[in-house]
Design a protein around this ligand. Structure first.
Ligand code: GH3
Ligand code: MG
Ligand code: MG
Ligand code: MG
Ligand code: MG
Length: 299
C-alpha cells in the first residue's frame, strides 16, 4: 500500500521513509503541503496519509480541511504528525478531518500500529464500496444478458422522454421480440435458448449509439430508447433486424436461425404523451409486426 509522507523536516522525512519501507509500504514523499495536495489530485493517489502539521504550502490541518471538502466517496485515511500534542490541538485536527494523530518525537512501534489501523480501515472501506457497486450493478442489470433490466431501461426511457420534452426534440422507443422463441427452446433446449438471448443482446448492443439505451424488458423481449425521430429509429431497427436475421447463430455445433420483430413509437417533443401511452403504441406496432408475418419492423 502507498503511504504519502508530507514532512518538511528532512531528517524526520528520511526516518519516516526508511521505516514505512521496512514495514512493507511504498512511500510517496513530499516536503510541502501544496505538493502533497497535487499528488492527492492524481487518479491513483495514496490513500494512507502521514501529514506533518507544520509545513510550507498548506499545513497538515489545511490539507485535512481541503480533503474533507472534496467529499470523496473513497476518502484517504489521515494521520497527523504534530509536535504540539496538546488536547485542544488534537481535537482541532480530528474535527478538521484527520482520523488519527501521533506526537513528535514519535514511538516507532506506535506509528507502525497506527499505520496498520489505517490500512485496515482503508481495506474495509474498499470492500464496502465494492459491495455497494456490485449491489448497484445487480439492481440495474439483467443477470443473463448483462443488459439494463426492466426497471433501469424504463428509467432511461423516462429520462429520454423528459429530455425530448424540454428540448422539443424527437425520441423513439422500440419493443423488440424474438420470433418463435418458444420453438428455439423446444427444439434446442432451454440452455441454448439462453445462449440465443445473450447473442441477440450482444448483436443489438453493437448497433446502438451511446445516446440510445437497451434493456431486457422481459423474457425474450427487449426495449430500446432511441434518441432520434421515427425515420432514424426505423433505420436503426431495420439495421438491427437485418443483422440478427443474417448472422447464423452457431451454438454448440448447431446453426440456429433467429429473427426478431420490432414495434416503434415516437414522440415529437411537443406531444404530451405519457410513458404508458408511448409503450402501448410500441406494443401495438410490435403486435402488428407479428401479425404481418414476423421478421419485420413496424412504425
Ligand atoms: P412470438 O413470435 O409470437 O413472439 O412467439 P414466441 O414463441 O417467441 O413467444 P411466446 O410468448 O409464446 O414464448 C416466449 C418464450 O420465451 C416462452 C418462455 O419460456 C421463453 N423464455 C422467456 N424467458 C426465457 C429465458 O430467460 N430463457 C429461455 N431459454 N427462454 C425464455
Ligand atoms: Mg514541519
Ligand atoms: Mg408472444
Ligand atoms: Mg417472441
Ligand atoms: Mg414475447
Amino acid at each position: 500500500m502507498d503511504v504519502l509522507i508530507a514532512e518538511d523536516d528532512l531528517t524526520t522525512q528520511v526516518i519516516l521513509q526508511t521505516l514505512v519501507t521496512a514495514w512493507g509500504y511504498r512511500p510517496v514523499v513530499t516536503s510541502d503541503g501544496r505538493e502533497a495536495w497535487e499528488v492527492l489530485q492524481q487518479p491513483d493517489a495514496p490513500k494512507l496519509l502521514l501529514l506533518d502539521w507544520e509545513m510550507p504550502g498548506f499545513s497538515g490541518l489545511e490539507l485535512c480541511k481541503k480533503l474533507a471538502e472534496q467529499a470523496d466517496e473513497n476518502p484517504p485515511y489521515i494521520i497527523l504528525l504534530t509536535s504540539h500534542a496538546e488536547t485542544d490541538r488534537i481535537v482541532e485536527g480530528l474535527a478538521s478531518g484527520a482520523h488519527d494523530f501521533i506526537g513528535k518525537p514519535f514511538d516507532k512501534a506506535e506509528l507502525q500500529a497506527r499505520l496498520s489501523v489505517g490500512r485496515r480501515m482503508l481495506e474495509m472501506q474498499r470492500k464496502l464500496i465494492d459491495a455497494q457497486q456490485q449491489l448497484a450493478y445487480e439492481a440495474t442489470h439483467d443477470a443473463l444478458t448483462h443488459l439494463l433490466n426492466r426497471r433501469a431501461v424504463l428509467k432511461a426511457l423516462q429520462a429520454l422522454v423528459s429530455k425530448s420534452m424540454s428540448e422539443h426534440s424527437c425520441m423513439s422507443v422500440a419493443l423488440v421480440d424474438i420470433d418463435h422463441f418458444k420453438r428455439i427452446n423446444d427444439s434446442y433446449g432451454h440452455p441454448m435458448g439462453d445462449e440465443v438471448l445473450i447473442r441477440v443482446a450482444e448483436t443489438m448492443q453493437t448497433c446502438l449509439s451511446a445516446d440510445d439505451s437497451l434493456g431486457r424488458f422481459g423474457g425474450e423481449e427487449f426495449l430500446v430508447a432511441i434518441d432520434s425521430d421515427p425515420d432514424g429509429a426505423a433505420r436503426l431497427m431495420e439495421e438491427l433486424r437485418t443483422k440478427i436475421a443474417e448472422i447464423p447463430f452457431c451454438l454448440a455445433d448447431q446453426t440456429v436461425n433467429v429473427t426478431v420483430s420490432a414495434g416503434i413509437a415516437s414522440l415529437s417533443g411537443d406531444d404530451s404523451l405519457r410513458l404508458d401511452d408511448l409503450l402501448a403504441a410500441a406494443d401495438r406496432a410490435l403486435y402488428q409486426a407479428k401479425a404481418d408475418g414476423r421478421n419485420q419492423v413496424v412504425l
